[in-house]
Ligand binder design. Structure first.
Ligand code: NDP
Length: 250
């Protein structure tokens, strides 16, 4: 039986762990060929081997999304290798916690560079080939912090609010060319996201928050992604929040 995404090509950033890795697995299980981007080349190679065993074609593209050239080339190399790019999942991201007073501004900039600009670079590069194809799916992984905020998440929430605004603006620019843009806002999801937090106390708190009983599994975010890209072309889920049932306030 033909798989639902057979013949489609996806590029996933942040594919070396967590939501990005799960998204790549989910898309490959549904039959898509996949390009994998993140900095840890060893993880990408291990995932490539795993996905190839599913019978799909895989391209590992190690690189840093903060590097505009590398991020742009990830899209260009995907198109050069597979001949097109149907799906772009931007999952590369980092967390940060701390008061504004105590936050090193270099760290603040880094959060904006990875969470906002890294995604802007790949989106920008994907527009021309998707326009030429007359279709495309872009899913940007935001956060609950993209729609609300609180103390000590100024950098992270600002990056995700900005990502939401950018994504919705892009959606309105490219929808007429058949390109769908979606913002996916996960709540607590069990991944390695805590490892990106420099302060050890906040790192431990976020690890416990994202691994608590009832937290969403990365594979469940991946299922949502596969669902979104499987909808008929005329249907654009532009904004979706996926959070733990038990987590009514977070
Ligand atoms: P992980 O830490 O497991 O994954 C983050 C991924 O981003 C890794 O593959 C990492 O790869 C990649 N990454 C980080 N920095 C860079 C960079 N400079 N260049 C390229 N790749 C980079 O966390 P999640 O899967 O949880 O995070 C994915 C997204 O989900 C993030 O945007 C996060 O904000 C968002 N999110 C997560 C939630 C959760 O509870 N887990 C909740 C809400 C949102 P590598 O280190 O190899 O480069």
């Amino acid at each position: 039986m033909t798989k639902p995404l057979a013949g489609r090509v996806a590029l996933v950033t942040g594919a070396s762990s967590g939501i990005g890795e799960a998204a790549a697995i989910g898309l490959a299980e549904a039959g898509a060929d996949v390009a994998l981007s993140a900095r840890r080349a060893d993880r990408l190679e291990a995932l490539k081997t795993k996905l190839e065993a599913l019978g799909v074609k895989v391209l590992a593209l190690p690189g840093d999304v903060v590097d505009e050239k590398a991020a742009t080339e990830a899209v260009e190399k995907t198109v050069a290798h597979f001949g097109k790019i149907d799906i772009l999942i931007n999952s590369a991201g980092i967390m940060h916690m701390g008061t504004t007073e105590d936050t090193d501004l270099a760290e603040f900039r880094r959060v904006m560079d990875v969470n906002l600009l890294g995604t802007v670079y790949t989106c920008k590069a994907a527009i021309a080939p998707m326009k030429a194809q007359g279709h495309g799916d872009i899913i940007n992984i935001s956060s609950q912090a993209g729609r609300k905020t609180g103390p000590m998440v100024g950098a992270y929430a600002a990056s995700k609010h900005a990502l939401n605004a950018f994504s919705d603006s892009l959606r309105q620019e490219v929808g007429g060319f058949g390109i769908r843009v979606c913002v996916l806002m996960p709540g607590a999801t069990t991944t390695e996201v805590h490892t990106s937090i420099s302060n050890p106390n906040f790192r431990a708190a976020i690890q416990s928050h994202t691994s608590k009983d009832g937290a969403v599994a990365a594979s469940e975010i991946a299922d949502t992604i596969t669902f979104i890209v499987s909808l008929p072309q005329r249907v654009n889920i532009d904004l979706i929040s996926v959070r733990p049932t038990i987590d009514t306030s977070a």
